[in-house]
Design a protein around this ligand. Structure first.
Ligand code: G3P
Ligand code: CA
Length: 269
């Protein structure tokens, strides 16, 4: 615990740029994490999925349709699922124009390319394994890429990386394969189930609307797999007054598309 907490005070929640600073640059792209860094933020969140030929890429939806020009490039390939396209095909797509002309030509990043940019920017990563049911073995594969890029060394594990998923099975798999990696479960387990989650998750990350001070306290009362009190990161909070309320509940992190708005809303540390 920090001095602030030991003294009975509260730390400011960590601000995490959701899909990068995604209110200001196309989500889950390199410009989005560059923008987070430029605004002075050190934590970014992303979503990882797998192509037809087994490459890990950073994209939120299971379809390429919303955030790329796939419909124009491959008009007869509906419903344009990530898993039905090769990495080379995805590399041809424009993942920036849908957001703004200023980002035309931005690509869907592969996970290894993305990791290099996170490192280059001196950022930390909340990595979400998205739709793991569609991609058997994605946990092991993600860890392999992280290891190759140097993210499973001691320095990164201690403070720079958290792996999360909406699937408890997926979080459990990551914990079993790489017990030193910090993990988060995306959701809000019943208080009576928290003890079980404490066996494999360091954090509980619920949708902010499901939270209360009582629930945050209940999570904090458990010790996670790395011997520290479990933490709570709330998502996705772009509203200043809501961010203040959540800080009052004692959340440890706020995941937001507008990190600058949330930072300005929070009381000084
Ligand atoms: O990090 C939490 C948040 O990203 C979960 O929801 O749909 O934005 O991936 P989603
Ligand atoms: Ca996510």
């Amino acid at each position: 615990a920090s001095e602030a907490r030991a003294a009975g005070g509260r730390e400011r929640p960590l601000v995490v740029a959701h899909r990068g600073a995604s209110a200001y640059a196309p989500e889950n792209t390199l410009p989005a994490i560059d923008k987070a860094a430029a605004l002075g933020f050190r934590w970014v969140e992303n979503d990882v999925q797998r192509t037809k030929d087994g490459e890990l890429v950073v994209l939120h939806d299971d379809s390429l349709r919303r955030t790329t020009n796939v419909e124009q490039v491959f008009p007869d390939r509906a419903p344009w699922k990530v898993k039905d396209f090769t990495a080379a095909e995805i590399a041809r797509l424009d993942a920036g124009s849908w957001f703004s002309r200023a980002y035309a030509g931005t690509r869907v990043p592969t996970l290894d390319r993305y990791m290099r940019r996170v490192e280059h920017n001196h950022e930390n990563l909340l990595l979400e394994i998205k739709n793991p049911g569609l991609y058997p073995g994605i946990e092991r594969q993600t860890l392999k890429v992280l290891a190759k890029e140097g993210w499973l060394d001691h320095r990164h594990l201690a403070s720079r990386l958290i792996v999360q998923s909406f699937s408890a099975d997926s979080v459990r798999a990551v914990h079993a394969l790489a017990p030193r990696v910090r993990t988060a479960y995306l959701g809000r387990p019943a208080e009576g189930d928290l003890r079980r989650y404490a066996g494999f998750a360091d954090l509980i990350n619920p949708s902010h609307g499901t939270l209360s001070a009582k629930y945050v306290n209940a999570v904090h009362a458990f010790t996670g797999p790395h011997g520290k009190p479990m933490k709570v990161f709330a998502w996705t909070v772009d509203d200043a007054s809501r961010a203040r309320t959540l800080a009052g509940y004692g959340v440890d992190g706020i995941i937001t598309d507008k990190p600058d708005v949330v930072r300005a809303a929070l009381p000084a540390a």
